[in-house]
Design a protein around this ligand. Structure first.
Ligand code: GAP
Length: 536
């Protein structure tokens, strides 16, 4: 599947629109349309149900070190600015960017690639924003242009090594920028904090500056004590949160993959330090399985454990769940979710003051006067275990997923093409979205075969029976084959048709989106049959 086909389908059928499109759009912001909102809600609800609501704290799940509890929070987007100082986002949450003085374009330093080439004694790094084979082709083309060569003189170019990141290049004066006409137009890399700044209150000056949260996780850490004091949860337990996060990404791109406003689904799981490595493995494997259960079952999904040397010393493990999105070069994967063992870094930072992640054991980062660089809350965020009479700072396992990225992966995976007979029995190309029924925006569609002979009345009655239970669509317009196609294209798993036989024996057909099989059931049993098929 080409990404353009999916993007076109998303717009045509109301899954996703560019934000503020009538004004030319705003880069990195997206609106979910009438079907997209249902799809994304289903993704969020599947996550909340599977992780929080359906969790049974009385039973030890397979692979878990013990039973555990789960609860939730919904925190504000704007929080006290000190939160971001202690979390490290104020000092450390930045990307490096390079500007092109010639084209006025801005790039993320680590997202520019290129190849070294030499021609007539001149060595240049030909830069591109593409990767893989596309980067090879584009750099070859641009080098020919730069050195004013015709095709037959391509052998005057001597290529030195494969495509590498711009971050490997020390002297940017020899770089031919991705959109430049001259060599040496890129500035040196500069830091750029990704947090969106805003002002709180009417009189606001710089002292009233606050930030839109770049992750939902910190709301959970700063409420740890509130949750412990207001509920009877006992460690081990998890706090889940779904909500918007904001990052002023330098180069938002690839549809919703890298947006400036997006939604996260995060769990902070608090446990005893001794059992935290087992809990890390439990959450890593469970979260990987979740995506597979919802349809990302093929080779495009992978679990990648970070190497030892990529880990902070206080962490015993981090893994990414990744998906081979079609917009990425062959063999590359994009992150859907990270599962991290965070030790006691966050709770201690909010208690004692921002810790220096480079210290071992962790110590509060100090300024030139030996005072904490960023003061903590001073509140006691330790946990007292009634049974063992021990007081300790819990360790944390963090499965952190993106709702928009998951939705995008489910959209990519669902896109299918095959052939199906039209109304005259002629085979026609069919595009259908093979969503897991739990995620499908519309669960069932009801059609009268024709708009006469009492069929619409029966179809409306069935529609009325289904609608209170799940999202159902009624359609009486056009040839029935075309109505099936329209539902296939948005991934509706079941279509119910009222036909001539319904009037004789009270049965209707239920058509399966994937197998195209039609079975007859009594019209009054329709709701029960579909509910069973959906597992409701
Ligand atoms: N609390 C940890 C944390 O926020 P992260 O890897 O920065 O970790 C977690 O983000 C998840 O949030 C990512 O795996 C991704 O699914 C989603 N995410 C992050 N930045 C995003 C962006 N700019 N657009 C869409 N989703 C994003």
């Amino acid at each position: 599947m080409e990404m353009d086909q999916l993007v076109a389908l998303c717009k045509r059928r109301g899954f996703l629109f560019q934000s503020s499109e009538i004004y030319g759009g705003l880069q990195g912001f997206w609106d979910y349309g009438p079907l997209g909102v249902e799809l994304k809600r289903n993704v969020r609800e599947a996550w909340w149900r599977d992780m929080v609501l359906a969790h049974n704290e009385q039973i030890e799940p397979a692979g878990a070190p013990s039973t555990f509890e789960m609860t939730g929070l919904d925190c504000s987007i704007i929080m006290h600015p000190q939160v971001w100082k202690c979390s490290g986002h104020f000092d450390l949450f930045h990307d490096y960017m390079v500007d092109c003085r010639e084209s006025n374009r801005r790039y993320r330093h680590d997202q520019v690639n290129g190849r070294w080439v030499e021609c007539d004694g001149k060595r240049v790094f030909i830069a591109t924003t593409l990767g893989g084979e596309e980067a090879v082709a584009q750099t070859a083309q641009r080098a020919m242009k730069l050195f004013n060569l015709r095709k037959k003189h391509a052998d005057r170019l001597t290529w030195d090594g494969p495509v590498v990141s711009l971050t490997t290049v020390e002297d940017l004066s020899v770089v031919f920028g991705p959109d430049a006409k001259e060599v040496g137009s890129l500035t040196d890399p500069r830091e750029f904090n990704l947090m969106f700044k805003t002002i709180v209150g009417a009189l606001g000056g710089e002292e009233d500056a606050a930030f839109l949260r770049p992750e939902t996780a910190q709301g959970i850490f700063v409420n740890f004590k509130n949750v412990c004091d207001s509920t009877r949860v006992k460690i081990p337990f998890g706090i889940a949160q779904i909500g918007k996060s904001f990052r002023n990404e330098i180069t938002p791109r690839n549809f919703t993959f890298r947006s400036r406003e997006f939604e996260q689904m995060e769990i902070e799981f608090f446990c005893q330090p001794e059992t935290s490595p087992q809990w890390y493995k439990y959450w890593r494997d469970r979260r990987f399985q979740w995506y597979q259960d919802l349809g990302l079952a093929g080779e495009r999904l992978q679990l990648r454990d970070h190497d030892e040397d990529e880990l902070s010393h206080y962490s015993t493990g981090t893994a990414d769940i990744e998906y081979a999105f079609p917009f990425l070069p062959e063999g590359e994967y994009g992150e859907l979710e990270g599962i991290a063992h965070r030790g006691d870094f966050d709770l201690r930072s909010h208690m004692e003051g921002k810790l220096d992640p480079a210290t071992n054991p962790l110590e509060v980062e100090v300024d030139d006067d030996g005072k904490p660089r960023h003061r903590g809350s001073g509140k006691d965020l330790t946990y007292f275990d009634d049974m063992t009479k021990e007081r300790f700072v819990p360790h944390v396992i963090e499965p952190s997923a993106g709702a928009d990225r998951a939705t995008l992966a489910f959209l990519c995976e669902a896109y299918q093409e095959d052939e199906a007979p039209d109304d005259k029995g002629k085979m026609q190309k069919r595009v259908y979205m093979k969503f897991n029924p739990r995620l499908a925006p519309i669960k069932a569609a009801v059609f009268p075969l024709v708009k006469k002979d009492g069929m619409p009345e029966v179809a409306q009655e069935i529609y009325g029976q289904l609608k209170p239970h799940f999202n159902t669509f009624y359609d009486a317009k056009g040839a029935v084959g075309r109505r099936y196609r329209r539902q296939d294209e948005v991934g509706t798993p079941y279509c119910i048709t009222v036909d001539g036989q319904t009037l004789d024996d009270g049965t209707v057909t239920i058509r399966d989106r994937d197998s195209l099989e039609q079975t007859r059931v009594a019209k009054d049993e329709c709701a029960a049959v579909i509910r069973e098929k959906l597992g409701l």
